[in-house]
Design a protein. Structure first.
Length: 224
């Protein structure tokens, strides 16, 4: 697949930093290489990534550029100035698979002077990191994958996204919202094991569970 380079413009600012040739201005950069972005979570939802990839792959030219620009990836600079995505991991993976090699980002904070232990503690305190694997088990931060595309599939991450889109719950600004719903489904539904022919039925059951009192207290909860 041929990689595409999309250029993005940013406004002027007095704040300027540099990381590996990328100029950061006023909390944003023009673009960064997706291959350079590092994750702050261990998992992704494979079905969600593929859905987004198909959406991007269906676009060309200005329409593609606008679709990418609509979702800049929030990042922080970690130890030694490495860029870490704090959200939109699925967007980054989908763009990479669609042959896009660079994407716009928004700089949230510069933690490049911190040591790794202090950096991860800061991110977790801000709820910008999620050190749990596809089984919902906590993992050491020093085992975090180096690249976003190295994160592993958690079928319940996709389920959480598809259930929300089907009206199971409202999208909120609560940090790590989809992880909380993924954990909920993990504890109330048997493992599907990548069986695509049963996923639609799983989403329907997920919507029913999301509307039940079992989900009371989860972000975006919507009783029937």
């Amino acid at each position: 697949m041929t990689s595409q380079h999309i250029a993005f413009s940013v406004g002027a600012s007095q704040t300027r930093l540099r990381h590996e040739g990328h100029e950061i201005q006023g909390g944003t950069v023009k673009d960064v290489k997706l291959e350079d972005l590092r994750p702050t979570q261990f998992t992704h939802g494979e079905r969600e990534v593929e859905r987004k990839r198909k959406e991007y792959a269906a676009l060309t030219g200005h329409a593609l550029q606008m679709a990418i620009a609509e979702k800049p990836i929030p990042i922080v600079l970690g130890p030694k100035g490495a860029p870490f995505a704090t959200d939109h991991h699925h967007v980054a993976m989908a763009l990479h698979r669609a042959g896009i090699d660079r994407a716009p980002v928004v700089l949230l904070c510069d933690f490049s002077s911190m040591d790794p232990a202090g950096f991860w503690l800061e991110l977790e305190n801000r709820r910008w990191a999620h050190p749990y694997d596809a089984k919902g088990e906590r993992q050491p931060f020093n085992t975090m994958p180096e690249h976003i595309h190295q994160t592993t599939d958690d079928e319940n991450r996709s389920l959480a996204a598809f259930v929300r889109d089907a009206g199971g719950y409202e999208k909120t600004t609560v940090a790590l919202e989809e992880f909380r719903w993924a954990d909920f489904f993990r504890h109330h539904l048997p493992r599907l094991g990548g069986k695509d022919d049963k996923f639609d039925a799983r989403v329907k059951r997920g919507v029913e569970l999301a509307h039940s009192e079992l989900a009371l207290g989860l972000p975006g909860y919507r009783p029937r």
